[in-house]
Ligand binder design. Sequence first.
Ligand code: NAD
Ligand code: DAU
Length: 335
Amino acid sequence: MKKVLITGGAGFIGSNYVRYMLEKYPDYHVVVLDKLTYAGNLANLADIEQNYGDRYTFVKGDIADPVAVDQAMKDCQYVLNFAAESHVDRSIEQPGQFIMTDVYGTFVLLEAAKKYAVERFVQISTDEVYGHIPQGSSKEGDRLETRSPYSASKAGGELMAHAYYVTYGVPVLITRGSNNYGPYQYPEKLIPLFITNVIDNIQVPVYGDGQQIRDWIYVLDHCSGIDLVLHKGQLGEAYNVGGGNERTNLEITHKILELTGKPLDLIKYVKDRPGHDRRYSLDTTKIRQLGWEPQFTFETAMRQTVEWFLKNEKWWRPLKSGEFQEYYQRQYANR
Ligand code: NAD
Ligand code: DAU
């Protein structure tokens, strides 16, 4: 029996990974440590409680709190750190919390991992650490050239993880994922925001000219990549996990309108994001050499994602009220 600590397990990717892991490994016990910020949601884990209650423990707590971390990590062999402030626009508004969680919180986890001599520690990072890349694709050895407070905080976290590997021998692995989409994604990010807006015939705010490029990966492909790195990755190494689906934001927007049968006049061009990265692109040779490849085509997974949001209004409607409305006003009202 392996005991696995998954931080941020009540968020989008973390909750998908918890489900993935419990389904795949009948002898694993998962402990989720999550602060339940605006982005954390126990509804993301409701089926887990029902289906795997005997192999799953939830702990509400902050990864920057050494006492909470100490208690949650005790007896765990594997740690995967998904917990983060994850939204670039919020990092531009309020960078401080990003440093507290994404950098300091990672340090607190690494200290506990050192104390408990865990067997593997996976730091979930992002392709945004490379900064934007006008041509070609980023390789793991490339310089980190972060440009937003979010990406700088994520780079700080992974550099600290690497330092703990080199200095103290903490068995660290790093994954750098591209843009995820799929079920349970909080509706502030491009794809779920636009799907849920158009369902309600609300215009979708496209930043700048909409020609920015992201490499989209279905969340379950990201989960399988992380899982492979956890079990087979070489300690101290970073691995890119990219879907290989580079699309402009306008292409994504048109796809969502097509799949929902909504008109083009729902598109509204608004002022660009400050410091907006124009293009990300990942070279995934290294993780493919470990034996990984994505299982979902963009066409199929986008259709499934739109269908999921159409079927799960009960999940997302409550999220678009309260704090979200205040955020939406601040972010978009005068844009
Ligand atoms: P999310 O915002 O949906 O979820 C983050 C989770 O972390 C939430 O459950 C939240 O409550 C929890 N959390 C935040 N601060 C915490 C703290 N101090 N202590 C404990 N829990 C805390 O994020 P996501 O999109 O699921 O991203 C998960 C991870 O993957 C992040 O590390 C992110 O940087 C990384 N990542 C995301 C993407 C993407 O496209 N979404 C791509 C690559 C990498
Ligand atoms: O690349 C991986 C990263 O992808 C992750 O590390 C981050 O956690 C995740 O949030 C995501 O960052 P992005 O900034 O790329 O994602 P977002 O969904 O915010 O935006 C995607 C693109 O869409 C980006 O070019 C900005 C644009 N956009 C976004 C929103 C929310 C719009 O044009 N309008 C919007 O309203």
